[in-house]
Design a protein around this ligand. Structure first.
Ligand code: 5GP
Length: 142
């Protein structure tokens, strides 16, 4: 069963500037910003500007642009946190674990032996998120 895109979702609001986010990268087609409930230090989200509920209804052109930015921001995130690895995840529909219905990739830098925190665990401190976003922006500019 397919469900229509609903622009009132929280990432739609971030894209329209209606609510704030700690942004790390933006271009014509994509936006990347910190996850407010990080599953690890540096947990970043990358979203297309074009409306799409998930991977399966996204326009392939928009997806191609998105995955390029996932790689670009992924490199910066890994470098900014001097991580050993990088975990990506992307959920589709409630049964697939999705809670915000605007397509997004999660990027979490990983360190050997450090487990991921719970999905939708605690809210991070805003000042910490701002500092982490600045670190990633600096890595993108390096
Ligand atoms: P999903 O389960 O849909 O893949 O994950 C949605 C993600 O969005 C969660 O990791 C959650 O922490 C994050 N999130 C929820 N509300 C907000 C918000 O208002 N701002 C930001 N930056 N992230 C959010």
């Amino acid at each position: 069963m397919s469900t229509a895109y609903d622009p009132s979702n929280i990432f739609g609001k971030i894209l329209r500037g209606e609510i704030p986010a700690h942004k790390v990268y933006e271009d014509e087609q994509t936006l990347a910003f910190m996850d407010v409930m990080p599953q690890g230090e540096g947990h970043t989200l990358v979203v297309p500007k074009a409306p799409a509920r998930g991977l399966l209804d996204a326009d392939p052109e928009s997806l191609a642009a998105l995955i390029r930015v996932v790689q670009k921001v992924g490199r910066a995130v890994k470098q900014a946190f001097q991580a050993d690895g990088l975990t990506l995840f992307q959920y589709n529909e409630p049964a697939g674990g999705q809670t915000v219905f605007h397509l997004h990739f999660h990027l979490v830098p990983r360190h050997e032996g450090v487990p991921l925190k719970r999905h939708e665990g605690g809210m991070a401190d805003q000042a910490v998120l701002a500092e982490h976003a600045a670190r990633i922006r600096a890595a993108l500019e390096a």
